[in-house]
Each structure stands twice: as structure tokens, then as C-alpha cells.
Ligand binder design. Structure first.
Ligand SMILES: Cc1cc2nc3c(=O)[nH]c(=O)nc-3n(C[C@H](O)[C@H](O)[C@H](O)COP(=O)(O)OP(=O)(O)OC[C@H]3O[C@@H](n4cnc5c(N)ncnc54)[C@H](O)[C@@H]3O)c2cc1C
Length: 384
């Protein structure tokens, strides 16, 4: 819900381009919700530049504000872009109070768990209520280190026709892991009916659909497709016992109920071996996450009808930004960091939110982690 108290009329912030040879023209911060706090001039150094306007970035900015640090959030898309991309029909597993950020209350009708349609206006209301400073629809073109921190240059998205530059003492990367979908590696994986994002089930009504994947997103998609009367096979690499430990309890309950009632077919201990038009071949396999195929084959492949295949195998962060900063990466694609301070191998660059670790990939955990990072930054630069 929008915060009715917040006026639509807001002040504008100006950013003066910095760097040799740049004209003294003023660029406007392109922001969905223009900040009323401190008109910011990039020639003055920010205390913290936050990359990513998801829940972690919004909470980081709010915490910085509470501690008297100047901040700017840069996002290559709009506010909470990952949530914009989540399925339209999604109802979150967390209650609303566990998804609050920046100390802004998140009431839902009847105390229900929030849906995607609840949370998108909520995140907009956080930006307005907290008067956060945003530079959205800007992609980072370069990051240079200088004596006192960083010079970050950005280009407007999607055309790249405007340039901006910001100096900051520190950088917090809160850019999430919702960037590059993991893809099937079997023959036929690149066919047009193999999809890596699920949005809305209606157009698959009456279709044979294979959903490959064992996470909460794959199960949500399979259940939603089955509800929309698609004929669904859900194939997981794990065998029954481990898949249960991997999923939220209520997701397991809903899945098992759907299987018992014959609303969908669940196949465990199987990997996609080949995709053809109309058919996918599944290979029985003993689950092994270290095996390149995700399991050791143990039987003959068999066909399942599949007019469409949803390969919902998880997401990884886009490494481009990390390459610009020269960050070493873990096997899961997250930047290597100190597990206590969350500082990366590049001094004064920190990670926050889902990018900081798989165990932090829920908002209630990210809040504490992010706040800790910002407190450490405040201590470091003498704002405590
Ligand atoms: C289907 C699904 C259901 C979920 N349900 C829940 C739930 O019920 N409860 C819960 O707590 N969590 C849930 N989660 C997890 C939750 O969404 C994440 O924990 C959360 O989004 C992580 O927040 P974040 O701010 O770290 O990253 P994100 O929300 O991914 O935000 C990252 C932001 O960074 C921007 N960005 C990315 N790369 C760059 C770049 N190079 N430059 C500039 N900007 C960039 C993106 O545009 C985005 O706006 C769910 C996730 C999924 C997929």
C-alpha cells in the first residue's frame, strides 16, 4: 500500500559530473522518488554508494541515513527489480513484518502473507517515506579507485545517452543474485520452448509441461501451472528425503497434497538428458551436486511429454561488476568476503543481502547483516 502521507511533490537532487574535462552542466539524478534529503553534489564525496535498490540496498540506505551517513543507491533498473520479475501470482512464504525494511511498517489486509502485488508498492513507499537518494536506470560503466575511495561512472539505461559520476568513500554491493538463470546443459536445452523464467500460468492451460528444478521457485511454478490445468511433470535431481529438507515445510505439504490428488506428477532422482519438441528425456541419477550433470546416471532415460520446459534451476549474480572491481569469486559466483565484516578483497567494498551468502537470502536475515555492514562503515569513517 502507498503511504498517503507522502507528497508527490518532491525536491530535486542535482549531481554535478566530476572528472577532468567534464562540462559543468548539472545532471539530474534520475530517480523514481526524488530525494528531499540533502541536495547532493557528487564533487562532495558520498560516505557510501550502494549498488542495488532491492530490500538489502533500501535497508542499507535507511541505516546509513539513521547514522548520519550520506548515501546514494545506484540501480541499473528500477526499485526492487528482482521482485518485479517474480511470478505475478506469487504469495511470499514470510509474513509481512519479516519483509519490512528501513523500519517502515508493512501492513497487509487481514495480516495475510504478502503477494507480489502487495510488496511492489510497499518498496516504493519505503523510498518515499525514508526519502532515500536513488539513481535508478543507470548502469555502472567503470569504477576507479582513488586516494579516498572510488569514482563510479554510470550511463543511463537503456540508451547510454547520459553520463553520471559519483565519488564515494565506500561501496556496498547489494546487487543480489537474480541475474543469470542457470540453464540446462543437455542437448536441446537451447530450443525456444525451453524457458528459464516463469511468470504466469494461463497460457499453458491444457499443455504438457515439464518443470525441471528442486527449489521453492520450481515447486511454486509447478503447483501454479497445475492449478491452471497444465499437465505438469516436476523433475528434481534430489531423491525424496533431501528434497524435503531443501524446501519450506508448507511447500512440501502443498506439493505432496498435489501429488496425492493426482494434480501433478513428481519425479525425483532424475536429470534432464535431452529435450526435443513435444518430449523431454529424463535420466535416472543418484544425486551428486559435485557431478557436472548433478547426478551419477543409474538407469535408462525415459520420455515425458513436454510441449514446454521450464528450467528453474536457480540464478547467479552477473559477474560484470565484480570483474570491474577485480573481486575474486566463490564457486557460487558470490564475491569472496570476510564472513565477519563482509568486506571483500578490495578494501572499502562490502557485500550485503543475498549477495553476501546463501544463508542471508531472506529479508529478515539480510536486515541484520546489512545494518552491521553500515555500522562498521560508520565506525570506520568516524560517524558513530
Ligand atoms: C520466488 C521467490 C520467493 C521468495 N520469497 C521470499 C520470502 O517469502 N521471504 C523472504 O524473506 N525472501 C524471499 N525470497 C528471497 C528474497 O527475494 C531475497 O532474499 C531478496 O530479494 C534479496 O534482496 P537483495 O536486495 O539482496 O537482492 P535483490 O532483491 O535481488 O535486489 C538486487 C537489486 O540490484 C540491482 N542490480 C543487480 N545488478 C546490478 C548492477 N550490476 N548494477 C546496478 N544494480 C544492479 C537489481 O536490479 C535489483 O534491483 C524469495 C525469492 C524468490 C526467487
Amino acid at each position: 500500500m502507498e503511504n498517503a502521507e507522502v507528497s508527490e511533490a518532491q525536491t530535486e537532487s542535482t549531481i554535478r559530473p566530476v572528472g577532468p574535462g567534464r562540462p559543468e552542466k548539472k545532471n539530474r539524478v534520475e530517480t523514481a522518488d526524488r530525494p528531499a534529503a540533502a541536495t547532493h553534489d557528487a564533487a562532495d564525496r558520498l560516505d557510501v554508494l550502494i549498488v542495488g535498490a532491492g530490500p538489502a540496498g533500501l535497508h542499507a540506505a535507511s541505516t546509513a541515513q539513521d547514522l548520519g551517513l550520506s548515501h546514494l543507491i545506484v540501480d541499473r533498473r528500477g526499485v526492487a527489480h528482482s521482485f518485479v520479475e517474480y511470478p505475478q501470482t506469487l504469495r511470499f512464504f514470510s509474513p509481512a513484518d519479516e519483509m519490512e525494511v528501513g523500519g517502515v511498517p508493512f501492513p497487509t489486509r487481514g495480516g495475510d502473507k504478502p503477494t507480489r502485488e502487495d510488496i511492489l508498492p510497499y518498496f516504493r513507499s519505503v523510498v518515499r517515506t525514508r526519502k532515500l537518494c536513488l539513481a535508478v536506470w543507470q548502469r555502472i560503466a567503470s569504477i576507479e579507485r582513488d586516494d579516498a575511495g572510488f569514482l563510479v561512472r554510470t550511463l543511463s539505461e537503456p540508451d547510454g545517452d547520459a553520463e553520471y559520476a559519483y565519488r564515494s568513500r565506500t561501496i556496498v554491493l547489494a546487487s543480489g543474485v537474480w541475474d543469470v538463470p542457470a540453464r540446462l546443459s543437455c542437448p536441446g536445452a537451447g530450443l525456444p520452448h525451453v524457458l528459464s523464467r516463469f511468470d504466469e500460468p494461463t497460457e499453458y492451460c491444457g499443455m504438457d509441461v515439464l518443470v525441471a528444478g528442486g527449489g521453492n521457485s520450481a515447486v511454486h511454478a509447478a503447483l501454479t501451472l497445475a492449478e491452471a490445468r497444465a499437465r505438469v511433470t516436476l523433475a528434481m535431481r534430489r531423491s525424496p528425503a533431501p528434497y524435503q529438507s531443501h524446501l519450506r515445510p508448507f511447500v512440501v505439504r502443498d506439493l505432496e497434497m498435489a501429488v496425492d490428488e493426482g494434480r501433478l506428477r513428481l519425479v525425483t532422482g532424475a536429470i534432464a538428458a535431452r529435450v526435443e519438441p513435444q518430449t523431454a528425456w529424463l535420466q535416472p541419477a543418484d544425486y551428486d551436486p559435485l557431478h557436472p550433470a548433478g547426478g551419477v546416471p543409474c538407469g535408462d532415460p525415459y520420455p515425458v511429454p513436454a510441449r514446454f520446459v521450464f528450467a528453474l534451476l536457480g540464478q547467479r549474480a552477473d559477474p560484470t561488476l565484480f570483474e570491474q572491481l577485480g573481486l575474486a569469486l566463490d564457486i557460487d559466483g558470490r564475491p569472496q568476503r570476510d564472513e565477519q565484516t563482509f568486506e571483500t578483497g578490495v578494501p572499502r567494498v562490502y557485500v550485503a543481502g543475498s549477495l553476501a551468502g546463501k544463508s542471508i537470502d531472506v529479508i529478515v536475515s539480510a536486515r541484520d547483516q546489512v545494518a552491521g555492514v553500515i555500522r562498521r562503515i560508520a565506525e570506520r569513517i568516524g560517524h558513530n
